[in-house]
Design a protein around this ligand. Structure first.
Ligand code: PXL
Length: 266
């Protein structure tokens, strides 16, 4: 049996909480195989980012092409890209993949900065995100990201309407709000659904990466979008509930949790 692969474009987070380190764990936990093209090296601990060093664009493309030439890729996940040249390289790789698989699922996590607001791109990440948005099948902004991508618009319904002009599915995550619950809203052009999860105490490192990668893995395994968005959140919430500390500050989602009974949810 060939296991479906997810090609992840992401930066390295040496703390092991976010970025490619998170993506690899989440994709594997959900039964797909993680392939990677590293877009940037960062210098960071579990709280703060001190440096971002983009990988040269030709190397981002070469990493991907070598895999694309040999392997069938069932889904793509995009995290930080590092700079605009890397966004172009990623667009080229996705173009190649879509020649083979026109309906390739592509999950775009539109990261504008770290949880503390530290830079994770050499230039304005909004340009790279807008370049990649039409190539994505799902975009997963939190509320501040959705607002920044929509000219300061604050209302999720209006944000979704704008983003749906570029991308077929939008998941607006409420983790950055306040209140006792986190409300996540999924919109497609013909459907929508809202989830309410209890807000967990404290801060986490890499929750957005965990969720987007989980959804990409589920899409790679053939789940319909609505189910993948549902089950991905279920997995992410449990990984956050089981989070552990490695130092003061943000905790690490436990992405090794067992996911057996998630199948029964939809
Ligand atoms: O969670 C967003 C994110 C993505 N990618 C890398 C990161 C972070 C947050 O710190 O470091 C590499």
């Amino acid at each position: 049996m060939i296991r479906p692969s997810v090609l992840v474009f992401a930066g390295s987070d040496p703390s092991g909480g976010a970025g490619i380190q998170a993506d690899v764990q989440a994709v594997a936990a959900l039964g797909a195989h993680p392939l990677s093209s590293i877009t940037a090296l960062t210098v960071q601990d579990n709280d703060r980012v001190y440096k971002v060093h983009p990988v040269p664009a030709d190397l981002v493309l070469q990493q991907a092409r070598t895999l694309i030439d040999k392997m069938d890729i069932a889904a793509v996940k995009i995290g930080i890209v590092g700079n605009r040249a890397n966004a172009e390289a990623i667009a080229e790789a996705i173009g190649l993949l879509k020649q083979r698989r026109p309906n390739l699922p592509v999950v775009l996590d539109p990261v504008l900065g770290s949880g503390h607001g530290d830079m994770l791109s050499e230039d304005d990440p909004r340009h790279s995100i807008m370049r990649l948005l039409p190539l994505a099948s799902l975009v997963t902004p939190n509320l501040p990201e959705a607002s920044a991508l929509c000219g300061g618009e604050q209302r999720p319904d209006a944000q979704a309407e704008l983003l749906l002009e570029h991308c077929r599915n939008v998941l607006i995550k409420g983790g950055h709000g306040d209140g006792p619950d986190v409300v996540n809203r999924w919109f497609s052009r013909s459907d929508r659904r809202t989830w309410t999860w209890p807000r967990l105490e404290g801060g986490f490192h890499g929750s957005g990466c965990t969720l987007a990668s989980a959804i990409a893995a589920l899409l790679a395994r053939g789940r319909p979008m609505r189910d993948a968005v549902d089950q991905g959140q279920w997995y992410c919430q449990h990984a956050l509930t089981a989070a552990y500390a490695v130092a003061d500050g943000q905790r690490m989602p436990d992405r090794g949790i067992t996911v057996d009974n998630m199948e029964s949810r939809t």
